[in-house]
Write a protein that binds this ligand. Structure first.
Ligand code: SF4
Length: 368
């Protein structure tokens, strides 16, 4: 059964005759202006979505791919038809391409996915004992919590290890079996061997060996999230209390260890602040010149397009835009620096757009 389905889903290479038909369709119908295109298989499946500032040139370039291994040739051989839509600008095409890829998840876009990039995120994983991890170009299809984006994956990784150590969070494999102290069956209360040395050297609470309860572990995760939000110095306060308690009990060695951790966490707070890409800077009204005067206005808040409309030409339309902007920015910011997973791709798209075309920032207007 599975085999039959697999065979029926295979993309049969398109014949030369059909490719010639597609070429004629593009030649006779496509204009050289911004737009997005969809490559469809013979069964109507959208197998690839692309965008271009000059649609006709881009589509015709597919038919010039000389080698079967070329990306363009492979896409063309999987397609039986090409559809396209024009967009007012390259920026609009980029946004539409992203939306279509999310909607159809075309198999060739997934297979040929480009390096997701320059930016890294801190991921707080799901599950019984969440851990902190650095990931590149977060995937929007899980329910983990993401913070970022940050530049400099290596430095963020080092900083995160310090944070995990200070809060004694685990950093082992995701499938490591957890045995919290309050979740053990009677017959399981025999001593266990920890999965790694971090428990014994005081760098992990040891949820794998009943070293902490669920609530104790969760409290540390909450402290980590508060710290990553930049909204609370919870972990720093916690360490300071521990250091003071140890001093009062005349446990000077322990107090000194807490003092060192405290110093590292304070340095980390600065480091996270410096490395965190200023998502807040991507909040503005952006006017984009469109093909044939089709100018559009995008209301962007925290790196995500919240509304778009034709550029206002009359005072009534300008008043309408102002009301819209006021409404969008009137709703308070999230009390967290975490990024909803469904917003990550668009945030990265906008970041990369303004990095590639810094002069475009001159076409934005900050909302006061
Ligand atoms: S001590 Fe256990 S829970 Fe902690 S990092 Fe090591 S294996 Fe993971």
């Amino acid at each position: 059964m599975t085999l039959i389905r697999a065979v029926s889903q295979r993309l049969e290479p398109t014949s030369d005759a059909q490719i010639a038909v597609m070429k004629d369709v593009v030649r006779s119908g496509a204009a050289d202006r911004p737009g997005i295109y969809r490559m469809l298989s013979s069964s109507g499946e959208v197998v690839y979505v692309g965008k271009s500032k000059r649609l006709r040139s881009r589509l015709l370039s597919y038919f010039r791919c000389a080698y079967p291994a070329d990306k363009g040739a492979r896409i063309l051989r999987a397609a039986d038809a090409i559809e396209w839509d024009y967009t007012p600008s390259e920026f609009a095409a980029l946004l539409e391409e992203l939306r279509l890829i999310k909607r159809f998840r075309p198999r060739l876009n997934v297979a040929m996915k480009r390096d997701p990039g320059h930016y890294s995120f801190i991921k707080v994983t799901r599950g019984a004992a969440p851990k902190l991890a650095v990931v590149r170009g977060a995937s929007a299809d899980d329910a983990s919590v993401y913070y970022g984006p940050f530049v400099g994956a290596g430095r963020i990784g080092e900083a995160l290890r310090e944070l995990s150590d200070a809060l004694m969070l685990r950093d082992c494999k995701s499938d490591m079996k957890m045995h919290f102290s309050d979740q053990q069956e009677l017959f399981q209360l025999m001593p266990r061997t920890p999965g790694c040395i971090r428990y014994e050297i005081g760098k992990c609470l040891g949820p794998c060996v009943g070293g902490c309860s669920v609530a104790e572990y969760d409290e540390r995760v909450m402290l980590a999230r508060a710290f990553l939000d930049g909204a609370s110095d919870g972990p720093i306060e916690m360490l300071r209390r521990k250091m003071d308690d140890a001093s009062e009990r005349l446990e000077f060695e322990r107090a000194a260890a807490y003092r060192d951790k405290l110093g590292r966490l304070e340095a980390l707070r600065e480091q996270f602040g410096r490395l965190r890409f200023a998502v807040e800077t991507l909040s503005f009204v952006y006017t984009v010149r469109g093909h044939g005067g089709e100018d559009r206005v995008y209301v962007v808040k925290r790196g995500v397009v919240r509304a778009e409309l034709a550029k206002p030409r009359s005072s009534w339309q300008r008043a309408k835009l102002k009301r819209l902007v006021d409404d969008i920015f009137a709703t308070g910011e999230r009390p967290t620096a975490s990024i909803p997973t469904h917003e990550i791709d668009e945030l990265l798209l906008l970041s990369s757009w303004f990095r590639r075309f810094p002069k475009e920032m001159g076409r934005t207007r900050q909302v006061s």
